[in-house]
Design a protein around this ligand. Sequence first.
Ligand code: CA
Length: 249
Amino acid sequence: MRLLIAEDDAALGNFLRRGLEADGHEVAVARDGEQALALFRQQLPDLTILDLGLPVLDGEQVLAEARVREPDLPILVLTARTGMDARIRCLDAGADDLMLKPFSLYELRARCRALLRRRREARLLLRAGDLELNRIDHTARRQGRLIELTNKEFSLLEKLMLQRGRCVSREELLDTVWHMEPVQTTNIVDVYINYLRRKLHDAAPGALLRTVRGKGYMVSADAGSSEPVASSFHLIQGRGSGSPATAIP
Ligand code: CA
């Protein structure tokens, strides 16, 4: 998986990088807080190991900004600050784990494995409000009820949910879901968004699939469950065809 280490001590940074690369990860090292935040934004690492005492931008500021941007990406904080205040502040600010320096590399690797395990599981079941997308059996459920999706509808929803809270442009959707060059004349993305809105019963403007005018679409970061589930869902119950009403990858 993709890891980011933010550590200004070059020897320690390289030591950590080698140790985590030995576990099969792709590792980037940032030497200051600004670089850490830039790499975090560009790479969206599966795990960030963040030293608090960083030049340019302090680790606590990096943590706060990273959390606003990506609430779900795991961050393990390293600190030599033994005071309880800094440690509590970090956990309150959204650190998933915290280790005091000096630490054992074995323990750090074990904690990384635990965080990455949770990360992998979280990525297999994507959630937005009461909508769940299961990437193992390729099914979608809202309020626990199965929704029948075609391959393309599933891929489109998957792409938007993976980028939840961020606008995904039509060009990017055409490229990653349809493997098409951006074409001015096609409205295929908009057509499929409408299919999804109908199936998800997302008729209220922006309740779940939000249009970002002139840019693209996004799944709201704060997608709630206020939409009532009506009988217009395509449910497995009552189809009577005997065919599985699951979304097909
Ligand atoms: Ca430091």
